[in-house]
Ligand binder design. Sequence first.
Ligand SMILES: [Fe+2]
Ligand SMILES: [Fe+2]
Length: 173
Amino acid sequence: MTEPEICEKLQTVLKPGRYRHTLGVADTAQKLAQRYGADPGKARLAGLLHDCGKEASDALGHAEAGARLAQEIYGVSDPEILSAIRFHTTGKPGMSLLEKILFVADYIEPGRSQAPRLPFLRQLAFQDLDQAVLEISEDTLAYLKEKRVFIDPRTQETRDYYRENRGSGQSKA
Ligand SMILES: [Fe+2]
Ligand SMILES: [Fe+2]
């Protein structure tokens, strides 16, 4: 599918607010890819499709559902893109550059306003991507704990991994 075809389809399955969020994530992912030397087209596509499973499943399963739908409905076969979609909510230890970009873009896109520390995180994302992943997983865990809802163990594993591997400088350009 071309981007206009994907957008047309997304507008029929996503609520308007979710569609706007999707465009914000696509733009942000593209910019982060340009900043860190990832493929901007792949990052944009991952951003466009990252929540395509949102209305099709419960919140916990939407990333997994999204990866499946991206493949089956939107014709994406690139394993890097599908994996970025699959892990966009929880992250995972040792993420690829594209996975980190989508994880961060989802949190900081311009339409977001609820999360604390957004101005700081938006700046940090373009300075040190690994540190941004760490800070975002810390904030996500704190939020989920406060809400007393189920925490996917992978969210904790992501935080632990990026805490242990901080300052390795891998993603600083
Ligand atoms: Fe999502
Ligand atoms: Fe999202």
